[in-house]
Design a protein around this ligand. Structure first.
Ligand SMILES: C[S@@+](CC[C@H](N)C(=O)[O-])C[C@H]1O[C@@H](n2cnc3c(N)ncnc32)[C@H](O)[C@@H]1O
Length: 339
């Protein structure tokens, strides 16, 4: 699938190059080798071969038109496919083997390869994972929330949707400069650009202070515990006594089974149980006041606590934790990656 996506085979077949010799010529490949690949895919239900050496599209192959950008071996699809080969290193050491293959840790690799970073942002954003569900509940309701900081908010898909459904709120997008620079289209599409401030910075540095809510979605699962604690501390410091921190991703209900996620291999990310997270949040000066499955996300809400452990803002609902089947993020490309 990666190979045919990278070679744009579906597009060439659509354009009339279905015969294997013609197809191989069009994409600059060895005809016999390409024939083997396509026959294998036909056997798996992708493409059809109505006559020997003559290939045509079926519905599955047509999905390659849209999905191919996340399978293209020159983009994020290639990074992810190769990362699976580092599983033995990860299993032996608990640390990602990604730099062994690509020479740099994942985030540095993206910074060094803007086109790959762009395809990662696109896959994570609405074009890949769809429009995120922003209609989650918080203790006391949204009436008093006028400002939201999306910490590591990518190209702003979640913040755009959140501001769209909450017209009274202002938002700040915090992410790395290259990613923030690609966010404009999502805010324009949602009609919220005039309520957004862009903060191109690291979330390990001091965050824009004084907002009512700090959202950390699908970020903590990208980091080991030490960095997770640092991000939570930055959020707690910025949130101040009245603010709250809402986390999605990187925390799972205590009774949920462990998962093997691609971010473990890419970046050594960890998903903590709610009990483990509760302890880390306390170290950061936060208390978990609500943890609940909402719209397939495990949404964990925290409020600031004083050094004596007292809540600095009121929570109208006691701590609760409700299981969440299938919650969490899936950073896999949209198509199965069978060899
Ligand atoms: C998996 S994406 C999640 C994006 C978004 N929150 C979402 O829910 O789709 C993780 C984000 O963290 C950002 N990131 C990584 N390191 C960062 C850093 N040091 N400071 C700020 N953002 C960072 C990446 O650029 C990326 O957009």
């Amino acid at each position: 699938m990666h190979v045919v996506a990278t070679l744009r085979i579906a597009e060439h077949v659509e354009a009339g190059a279905g015969a294997i010799e013609k197809l191989a010529g069009a994409v600059g490949c060895d005809a016999r080798a390409l024939h083997g690949v396509l026959s294998h895919l036909v056997h798996k239900g992708v493409f059809v071969e109505p006559a020997p050496g003559e290939f045509a599209l079926n519905d599955t192959a047509r999905q390659l038109f849209d999905g191919s950008k996340f399978l293209d071996l020159n983009g994020i699809g290639g990074r992810m496919a190769a990362a699976w080969a580092t599983l033995p290193t990860y299993v032996r050491t608990g640390r990602p083997g990604y730099p062994e293959v690509f020479g740099l840790p994942f985030w540095e690799d993206l910074a060094a390869h803007p086109e790959v970073a762009k395809s990662f942002d696109s896959m994570i954003g609405p074009a890949g994972h769809g429009t995120p569900g922003a209609d989650f509940e918080i203790t006391g309701g949204w009436e008093n929330v006028r400002s939201v900081v999306d910490v590591g908010g990518g190209t702003g898909g979640m913040l755009a949707e959140l501001l769209r459904i909450r017209p009274e709120a202002l938002g700040t997008l915090v992410d790395l400069p290259g990613t923030v620079a690609r966010a404009g289209a999502n805010f324009d599409a949602a009609g919220v650009a005039d309520r957004v401030t862009l903060a191109a910075q690291s979330f390990f540095d001091a965050l824009p202070a004084g907002s009512d809510l700090y959202l950390v979605r699908h970020v903590l699962n990208d980091w080991p515990d030490e960095e997770t604690l640092a991000i939570l501390r930055r959020c707690a410091e910025a949130a101040g006594s009245g603010g709250r921190v809402v986390v999605m991703g990187g925390v799972s209900p205590d009774d949920s089974p462990r998962r093997l996620d691609i971010e473990m291999l890419l970046v050594g990310g960890v998903t903590n149980s709610l009990s483990e997270f509760r302890e880390m949040a306390r170290q950061a000066g936060l208390e978990v006041v609500r943890a609940e499955c909402q719209a397939r996300e495990f949404v964990v809400e925290c409020l600031r606590v004083s050094s004596s452990g007292k809540l600095l803002a009121s929570a109208d609902k006691g701590p609760l934790a409700v299981g969440c089947q299938g919650a969490g993020r899936d950073v896999s490309p949209p198509e199965p990656l069978e060899p």
